[in-house]
Design a binder for this molecule. Structure first.
Ligand code: GTP
Ligand code: MG
Length: 196
């Protein structure tokens, strides 16, 4: 159970992030996939992380303190077509540096829209994480939007694509910020990794 989450700070540079003295869990994925919504769902807060119907809402590396024990990080999404090329390369540099150099980063949750067939941009990003030895866990989002059988079929397809690339597909959870699906499982997973 998360008791007391609070917003700490926003940064553009991993070097300015809070002292790396606790386990850290980051949330990333395509723009609008539901990263900020999922953070609010997991922390039982309506607006701890800023949400928007428009993609590209989160632009910075946002740190949240969770019970003085670990950090949760809301990251800007990738694949937002409307940003300029220079902004895209700024994003790339900021995120890639953060993910490869942040020493206390325990797990990166890559969020994937459970309504869609495997998207090239997600698969490529996960591949890049693997190449850089960044531990990834997949969180399928918006599971409330389709029937259980359709959601499961999409998840199966995505995991199939992962199995073609890797010896072992990453661990995954199916979630909905709307219904709270997956909350206990994700929190339990984090707790197990904080205690180690
Ligand atoms: P960026 O910060 O722009 O990259 O987006 P994000 O990934 O943080 O997405 P955000 O949480 O802002 O949500 C985007 C939109 O999806 C909002 O309109 C949310 O209300 C909606 N949404 C997010 N999660 C869910 C979900 O589990 N179910 C449903 N039905 N809608 C969701
Ligand atoms: Mg966001």
């Amino acid at each position: 159970m998360i008791k007391k989450p609070s917003f700490l700070v926003s940064n553009t540079d991993y070097k300015k992030c809070p002292s790396p003295n606790r386990p850290e869990f980051a949330f990333i994925g395509r723009s609008n996939v539901g990263k900020s919504s999922l953070i609010n769902m997991l922390t039982n807060h309506k607006n701890l992380a800023k949400i928007s119907g428009k993609p590209g809402k989160t632009q910075l590396i946002n740190h949240f303190d969770i019970d003085g024990r670990w950090y949760m990080v809301d990251l800007p999404g990738y694949g937002f077509a409307k940003v300029s090329k220079s902004l895209k390369s700024d994003w790339d540099k900021m995120i890639r540096e953060y993910l490869t150099r942040r020493e206390n980063l325990t797990v990166t949750f890559v969020l994937v829209d459970s309504r869609l067939d495997p998207q090239k941009i997600d698969v490529e990003f996960i591949y890049w994480c693997a190449e850089n030895a960044i531990p990834v866990v997949l969180l399928f989002t918006k599971a409330d939007k389709l029937s259980l059988s359709k959601t499961n079929a999409n998840v199966k397809k995505f995991i199939g694509a992962m199995e073609e690339m890797f010896e072992e597909a990453p661990e995954y959870f199916i979630t909905s910020a709307q219904t709270g699906q997956g909350k206990e499982e994700v929190i339990r997973f984090i707790e197990e990794n904080v205690e180690e």
